[in-house]
Structure formats: structure tokens, C-alpha cells
Ligand binder design. Structure first.
Ligand code: SAM
Ligand code: SF4
Length: 433
């Protein structure tokens, strides 16, 4: 009988990519994906614990699965993977005795072994070698782990030390994805410019990697995330300028606008360095889109320090800001050594202040695109309208004749803080005649 699996994914793009790899591996053994855990023989939770709220979502899912087992459906297996699982899983085994297997991020072999399925080719490439890409865009992890140990962050403890994947393996994977219809790849790393720094002579680096895949036929766009300000060298920025398929889109988390807070976070740079990076990007690519991540309410954050974050936002004018209230993570340096002393209501107010300012700035920046023509990679259709993204990663909803995977030129008619609206130029022109 065909075995059925259900994968629930929480968290970052890296987890999305890992879930697709696992699904591809299971498909290869003839298993079938199902939408609901109730009908599955295997339920996989791919977890995130970057903030308490995401961890609690995984815990409550596990509670529902335990209830399913108690109510008579004892015949399915549960696998927990992702950042909930550290190097030692004894505590997790005690807490969730009904879970059949715990797997650290990317520990696919252990999952297949636990299921009695064997991996005959090895390496990270094999699951995707048989994947059916799910659309015209795909995420490709190129470096695992993180060595930075920012004081608030659990990631290095769960994903381990930085480890770059071999260049040939990545290019082969991208070629396979492109062969299956993918037009845009996003190369992933917690600090993506660290790619290659763990190789002898620190080569190949991110620039070499992008160059190596650049001329694959039918590959339209190359993106990369997440940038770490200190590792973003002029060489990388110049590679983005010089390689036409690499889009002028940068996600560079600054995390805070105050040097004192950056010091407590042990981010390893100051605001002057961050401004230097932004200035370099804008001097080489004036139209580049720059997004960031910000944490509010970190340990000891004063009103004056918080205002420095707002000031930085006004100065840089980010295209988008991902903002989060500080959430202490047990085991991190901040949780052990610093006091989580900003009251919840103050964190909430500061979060809203960042969101409001972001909305105002994004509205102004996007309004400048009204009346322009933008190349859009078509990702799908919803409620009768196509949607896709510009090279600078702006979401566009539009009317016209096209199909998924095509790049069409769209005349932008309207803009909000969150998206652009328009019509394909081919369909808009007759109306103008
Ligand atoms: N490596 C990236 C960097 O250098 O910023 C980000 C990776 S982290 C997994 C994703 C985002 O989660 C971070 O940018 C940060 O804003 C947020 N984050 C991480 N730890 C957090 C915490 N303890 N509380 C609130 N937000 C947190
Ligand atoms: Fe976490 Fe800092 Fe590493 Fe980003 S750079 S994953 S925030 S430790």
C-alpha cells in the first residue's frame, strides 16, 4: 500500500528548502504527499525556535499529534526536524516520548534510516535530483550553520558551524532545478557571503559561485540571502553589478540603530560600517532594493537607543523591514548574561512604531514606481489576476496575457506599501492608442 506523508514547515527559507528536499526523497521511494496529518502514515514537523512564539506553535502541533495517537490512531510515525533539535536530544525525548525520530537540520539520512529506507547515493544533492520543482522559483542552501554567535540568537547552537557546500554540487543542483522549469534561484545562508570562507584559500567564494551558474540556459535570475554587513565585501557587491542575472536586491539585517545595542548583541560592526555598505551598493546600483531585519526591545534598550533605530530607518529608507520583538532564547549568551528588562507593552509599542514608519517609507518608495515598466517573473494567478516579482523583489499583481514562468513587462499603475498593481505592456498599449 502506498505510504502517505505530511510535512508541516515553520520558519525561514532554509526550512522551506529542507522540507522540499525531504519530500523529494520520500517521493523517490514512492510515498505520496497529503495535506492533512489525519490521513498520513508519517507526519514531519520542520521546526523553528528563533522566537518563543514559533517554538510554541511546534509544541502545540505536537500536542495535537499526541492527542491523535491517544484517540486510537497509533499507526503513524512522527518525525521532528529543524532548529528545535540540538546536538543532544535526551531532553526532547523525555518531553515528547511519542515522537519516533528527532533530526537536526539537514540530517536527512537519519530520517530515511529511521523509516527503514536507504540512501544509495549519499550527499545532499540526491533528494533534489529527483524533485519536481514546485514553481518557477526555488531556494538553494549553499552554506549551513553560523559562526557568528550574536548574543540573542539560538541558530548557531542548533545549526552548528558554518559549512559551505561544494560548488560543483550546487551548480549541478541548480541545473537540475532549471531543467525542471525553475527560472529563479535564491542562494541561501544565514550569512551568505561567508560562502567559501571555510575552504582552503577561501575560494571559491559567493562571487565565483554565482559566476559558475550564471550562464545556465533558461536560468533568468539569481538572488542570495541573508547578507551579513561585515562579510559583504566590495567584490561581492561588484559581482552583483557585473553579473546581469544576479538581481539588485539585498537583504542586510542591521538588527539595531544604536552602536551600544549592536555591542550588546555582539554583531561585530557599527552603524558607520553599515552605512558604508549601503552607500557602496547605492553608488554602484542606484536602483537597488535594500531590506533589513530589526529587533526591538533588546536587553537594556532605552528610549534614546530605540530612537536611533527609527533614525537609521529614516536615513537608509529600507524597501522593507522585518521587525521582531526580542524573545529570550534559553542557552543563548543574552539569556544567560543580560536581563530581559524591556516590559512587554513597551516592546509592543516599539514594534508598532517601526511598522508604522516602515509603512510610510515603503509607500513613498513604491509610489515612485507608478508609471514605470517593470520586468516581472510570473509566479501564479490568484482571484483572476497574475502575480510575480520584479528584479528588486517587489510583489506585483497584474492583468494581461501570460503564463507561469514567463518574464513579462508590466506597466505599474498603482502602488501601496506592500505591492504594486498593473497591466502587461503588451495588453496596456492598445488601450493607450
Ligand atoms: N543571519 C541573519 C542575520 O544575521 O541577521 C538572520 C537569521 S535569524 C534566524 C532571522 C531573524 O530572526 C534575525 O534577523 C532576527 O531579527 C530575528 N531573531 C533572531 N533571534 C531573535 C530573538 N531572540 N528574538 C527576536 N528576534 C530574533
Ligand atoms: Fe543568528 Fe547572528 Fe548567525 Fe544571523 S548572524 S544566524 S542572527 S547568530
Amino acid at each position: 500500500m502506498t505510504q502517505r506523508y505530511h510535512i508541516w514547515t515553520e520558519g525561514c527559507q532554509m526550512n522551506v528548502a529542507d522540507s522540499l528536499k525531504l519530500a523529494a526523497g520520500l517521493d523517490r521511494f514512492g510515498w505520496q504527499a497529503v495535506d492533512a496529518p489525519e490521513t498520513a502514515d508519517l507526519v514531519v514537523l520542520n521546526t523553528c525556535v528563533v522566537r518563543d512564539r514559533s517554538e510554541q506553535r511546534a509544541v502545540s502541533h505536537l500536542g495535537r499529534l499526541a492527542a491523535m495517537k491517544r484517540k486510537g490512531r497509533a499507526d503513524f510515525q512522527i518525525v521532528v526536524m529543524g532548529c528545535m533539535v540540538g546536538p543532544k536530544d535526551d531532553e526532547l525525548r523525555r518531553r515528547f516520548p511519542y515522537v519516533d525520530h528527532f533530526a537536526r537540520p539537514q540530517a536527512f539520512e537519519g530520517i530515511f534510516e529511521a523509516l527503514g529506507l536507504s540512501d544509495d547515493t549519499g550527499g545532499e544533492f540526491w533528494p533534489t535530483a529527483f524533485a519536481k520543482p514546485t514553481g518557477p522559483t526555488a531556494y538553494v542552501p549553499i552554506i549551513h550553520g553560523c559562526d557568528k554567535f550574536c548574543t540573542y540568537c539560538i541558530v548557531p547552537y542548533r545549526r552548528g558551524r558554518e559549512q559551505s557546500r561544494p560548488l560543483d554540487e550546487i551548480v549541478q543542483e541548480v541545473a537540475h532545478l532549471v531543467h525542471g522549469g525553475v527560472r529563479e534561484v535564491t542562494l541561501l545562508g544565514q550569512t551568505v557571503e561567508a560562502y567559501g570562507l571555510d575552504f582552503p584559500d577561501k575560494r571559491p567564494d559567493l562571487g565565483d559561485l554565482m559566476e559558475a551558474m550564471h550562464d545556465l540556459p533558461n536560468l533568468e535570475r539569481i538572488r542570495f540571502l541573508t547578507s551579513y554587513p561585515k562579510d559583504m565585501t566590495p567584490k561581492i557587491v561588484e559581482a552583483v553589478r557585473d553579473l546581469p542575472k544576479v538581481t539588485e536586491f539585498f537583504n542586510i539585517p542591521v538588527q539595531h540603530g544604536s552602536d551600544a545595542v549592536l555591542g550588546r548583541m555582539r554583531r561585530g560592526y557599527d552603524i558607520a560600517l553599515f552605512h558604508d555598505r549601503v552607500d557602496l551598493i547605492r553608488s554602484l546600483m542606484p536602483e537597488a532594493s535594500i531590506t533589513t531585519d530589526i529587533i526591538v526591545g533588546f536587553c537594556g534598550e532605552t528610549e534614546a537607543e530605540f530612537n536611533e533605530t527609527l533614525r537609521l530607518m529614516e536615513e537608509v529608507r529600507f524597501d522593507k523591514v522585518h521587525v521582531a520583538a526580542y524573545s529570550p532564547r534559553p542557552g543563548t549568551i543574552a539569556a544567560r548574561k543580560l536581563e530581559d528588562d524591556v516590559p512587554p507593552e513597551v516592546k509592543k509599542a516599539r514594534l508598532h512604531a517601526v511598522e508604522e514608519l516602515e509603512e510610510r517609507i515603503s509607500t513613498q518608495l513604491n509610489a515612485r514606481l507608478a508609471g514605470t515598466d517593470q520586468d516581472v517573473l510570473v509566479e501564479g494567478k490568484r482571484d483572476g489576476r497574475w502575480f510575480g516579482r520584479t528584479r528588486s523583489n517587489k510583489l506585483v499583481h497584474f492583468a494581461g496575457e501570460t503564463q507561469v514562468g514567463e518574464v513579462v513587462t508590466v506597466r505599474i499603475e498603482k502602488a501601496t506599501a506592500w505591492s504594486l498593481q498593473g497591466t502587461t505592456v503588451a495588453d496596456a498599449l492598445p488601450l493607450l492608442l
